[in-house]
Design a binder for this molecule. Structure first.
Ligand SMILES: [Fe+2]
Ligand SMILES: [Fe+2]
Length: 203
């Protein structure tokens, strides 16, 4: 792995004493609105938060766990808009200073192993990584379809993935690696995003 300026060069995040400390919905949205002025980035963060929540819910996890998944997704790119050269160091340090649950912080720290040098370990870590790029990709595809998510098919998404000129900024390698690390076939992940992403609350 090449050395990257965004590497966190850390392996432990937050404090185990703070397990179970989460931001309220209002606190999280205030942070989001204060830090992220770019509407497109806000949409991306809300969509990933929604997918994380939907996935944890589909697994039958309890309310606190579901909320943790949601917050990891919602805030994973919070510092990207104003401090791209400090992504995702700044949001990690902010959540540490607020004594937030270390599992949320760790998931955010490992949402791009190639960029931040932190491996996704927990299921929450792996799903955040798996959803991140795929979410943006399916969103881009929905915008070019007259009916958006309606009638969208896995094969249509896969066809676009093969077309390197479509949503070229989305790393196909990260999409593939994310699904492999999550241990979920790409087709299944794509279907999950198609089925759930359109319901995300973007307010
Ligand atoms: Fe990111
Ligand atoms: Fe992201």
């Amino acid at each position: 792995m090449e050395n990257n300026p965004l590497f966190l060069n850390r392996s432990s995040f937050g404090n185990a004493l703070h397990i179970g400390n989460i931001l309220s919905e209002k606190e999280a949205k205030t942070l989001l609105n204060d830090w992220v002025k770019n509407d497109k980035l806000q949409i991306h963060m809300k969509q990933v938060g929604h997918l994380m929540k939907a996935f944890a819910t589909s697994k039958g996890y309890g309310e606190l766990i579901v909320q943790k998944w949601y917050l990891a997704g919602l805030l994973h790119d919070a510092d990207w808009d104003q401090w791209p050269d400090q992504h995702c160091k700044k949001i990690i340090e902010e959540l540490e200073s607020r004594q937030i649950d270390p599992e949320i912080i760790r998931s955010i720290a490992s949402h791009g192993p190639r960029y931040f040098g932190v491996e996704p370990i927990s299921e929450m870590d792996k799903m955040l990584y798996a959803f991140d790029e795929l979410s943006g990709f399916v969103h881009a595809y929905s915008l070019m379809r007259p009916e958006g998510y309606l009638g969208m098919e896995v094969k249509g998404v896969k066809k676009r993935l093969k077309d390197k000129t479509f949503a070229a900024q989305v790393s196909r390698e990260d999409v593939r690696d994310g699904s492999e690390r999550a241990g979920i076939p790409l087709e299944e992940l794509i279907q999950f995003v198609i089925s759930n992403q359109g319901d995300a609350d973007l307010n």
